[in-house]
Write a protein that binds this ligand. Structure first.
Ligand SMILES: [Zn+2]
Ligand SMILES: [Zn+2]
Length: 180
């Protein structure tokens, strides 16, 4: 009898016994309602409230993120892809630098889609680097020069490696500022 009096139930499911509590508002939540966050167990209401606070980006922040990334990515890519194998080390560095500039450009405002706007810009900025090797590849393919195709394929490899490494670093760096 006394044990039953101490039982606590989920705020959303009155028939489910639970001892879990949201560490922000303190209400009881069952295993199904709980959301695991970096700061502990939270209820859905508290999590969605917090996400709204984190959504501070204005419409022009997306434009800034995309344009800044495109320009910097184009410049960095043109330099990095000249250096051959160094592309593996320098592309993530370029992505990290672009992330810092974007973060500064949007005054550290945050948005769910902001990292994607930056990634889109970085990919677009890097694409022109692929254009020349691609044209070379098509031409050497048409002229039937196997050696030329191989060289052109290699020429295409660096820009692609650059785009992938730079864009993924950029994404992870920017995503990190969404939830602190
Ligand atoms: Zn809560
Ligand atoms: Zn529940």
């Amino acid at each position: 009898m006394t044990a039953a009096a101490n039982l606590t139930f989920c705020a959303n499911h009155p028939d489910r016994e639970t001892s879990l509590r949201c560490n922000r508002c303190g209400k009881y939540i069952c295993a199904k309602c709980v959301v695991r966050t970096p700061t502990g167990y939270r209820c859905r209401e508290c999590v969605s409230q917090q996400q709204q606070i984190f959504e501070t980006a204005l419409w022009h922040d997306y434009v800034i993120a995309a344009v800044v990334s495109a320009i910097l990515s184009g410049i960095a890519g043109a330099l990095v892809t000249l250096l051959g194998w160094f592309v593996f080390f320098l592309s993530p560095v370029a992505g990290g630098i672009i992330a810092e500039v974007v973060r500064f450009g949007v005054r550290k405002r945050r948005g769910k889609w902001l990292p994607w706007a930056a990634v889109g810009g970085a990919v677009l900025g890097g694409l022109p680097l692929c254009a020349l090797p691609l044209i070379a590849l098509i031409f050497s393919g048409l002229s039937g020069s196997g050696e030329g195709s191989f060289g052109a394929l290699f020429g295409l490899l660096w820009p692609l490696v650059y785009i992938v490494l730079c864009a993924s670093t950029l994404y992870y760096r920017l995503r990190g500022i969404r939830i602190q």
